[in-house]
Write a protein that binds this ligand. Structure first.
Ligand code: SF4
Length: 374
């Protein structure tokens, strides 16, 4: 993704901001929009966009990145398997500092566990092909975008007859979480800024139920500051007109029904299952479990991993952050006990987390940009 700059905010983003302000002037009540992906929030902070929003428009940080919603129990299983003899655990870097019940993967690596940071499940697959003497386990976290890649790796491992490759599937489905947030009933939300990359897989039409059942506008947008501003402007216009509608502002990548080849692959390898989310608890049909036909690639059964009972750290507000009930500043640990270099919760421990975005940008650069642009 290209980085944004103050100059970008002045240039490409200015027309979208003008539209946003014009629509905001027509609002009867203040509005709160929720982003579903931490990349939107992170980009909005980094670019200074959050300083430029009209006072009656709030962007709530939603679920954040994959690491933010990966439960302590799943982290505990990653730590359990990486401590087994002969096992190499491949992970995405953003879960390295996410806490389990007894520490982080980063600490396990410092203590000697063979943990390698990879960019994709295909990297883990290549490692399995090159190192036959080791068991390679891929920690599959994230939403539909990552799930499709993990499913493809399982099918490739099957084709290549790799007996030393397996996955711990901890993938999540976006729609059950959106419904859970709405049905909790205590988080006022006026519309969703929907994630560009997940929508590439699931398709724009996947958000139809939010519009029709909950009468809330949904706008799919890319991640540049100008795209995010355009998404917020459109959401505000739709609310001001009283028109709950679904709009796709990212048509160069997102089609109505998504990437159907990826959906077929996911459906072949995974089945929907009840899953535990950090901050949301167990949600019906919200995760993806490996189908029995591919159980030999399921590290949970290969290594007889137990499902640990994990407790969230006392006093944290991580769940409230993920569901939009609180801002990071409302957590007593923010910036004191919990910082990016010593993260207690996942929202601080990875770059897509709301707390890390607030820590990095809200306290210093965010305010400096506001002064520059005033
Ligand atoms: S500051 Fe840390 S403990 Fe508090 S909500 Fe954020 S990540 Fe969780």
């Amino acid at each position: 993704m290209n980085s944004t700059s103050v100059q970008d905010v002045h240039g490409q983003t200015r027309p979208a901001l003008a539209r946003l302000r014009a629509a905001a002037d027509k609002l009867v009540n203040p509005v709160r929009f929720m982003d579903i992906c931490g990349t939107h929030a992170h980009g909005a902070f980094r670019s200074g966009l959050t300083t430029l929003l009209p006072p009656n428009v709030t962007l709530l940080s939603g679920m954040g990145g994959p690491a933010c919603v990966t439960s302590q129990g799943d982290i505990d299983q990653f730590i359990d398997v990486c401590r087994r003899s002969g096992v190499t655990l491949c992970i995405h870097g953003d879960i390295l500092r996410v806490t389990g019940s007894h520490g982080t993967l980063e600490q396990s690596r410092a203590e000697g566990a063979d943990i390698r940071v990879v960019y994709s499940s295909q990297d883990a697959l290549r490692l399995a092909a090159a190192e036959h003497h080791r068991q390679i386990v891929f920690a599959g976290v994230g939403f539909e975008t990552g799930a499709a890649c993990t499913a493809a790796a399982v099918l490739d491992a099957d084709r290549l007859k790799l007996n030393n490759f397996s996955i711990i599937a901890s993938h999540k489905l976006t729609m059950p979480a959106m419904r859970a947030i709405l049905e909790s009933g205590d988080v006022p939300i006026d519309g969703f800024l929907c994630p560009g990359h997940v929508s590439v897989i699931i398709g724009a039409a996947a958000f139809d139920p939010i519009v029709h059942e909950y009468h809330l506008p949904c706008v799919i947008a890319g991640y540049e500051a100008a795209q995010t501003a355009a998404g917020l402007a459109r959401l505000t216009e739709l609310v001001a007109r009283g028109e709950p509608a679904l709009e796709n502002l990212y048509p160069q990548a997102v089609t109505e029904h998504g990437n159907q080849a990826a959906q077929v692959i996911m459906d072949k390898v995974f089945a929907a299952a009840d899953w535990t989310w950090r901050g949301l608890g167990e949600l019906k049909g919200s995760g993806l479990a490996v189908r029995p036909e591919y159980a030999r690639y399921d590290a949970r059964s290969r290594f007889s991993l137990k499902t640990p009972v994990a407790k969230e750290p006392m006093g944290n507000r991580c769940g409230d952050i993920i569901t939009g009930r609180a801002t990071p500043l409302e957590c007593k640990m923010f910036g004191s006990a919990c910082t990016p270099s010593h993260a207690i919760g996942p929202c601080m421990g990875n770059s897509q987390g709301a707390c890390q975005s607030w820590f990095k940008f809200h306290r210093t650069r965010h305010l400096r940009k506001a002064q520059e642009l005033a």
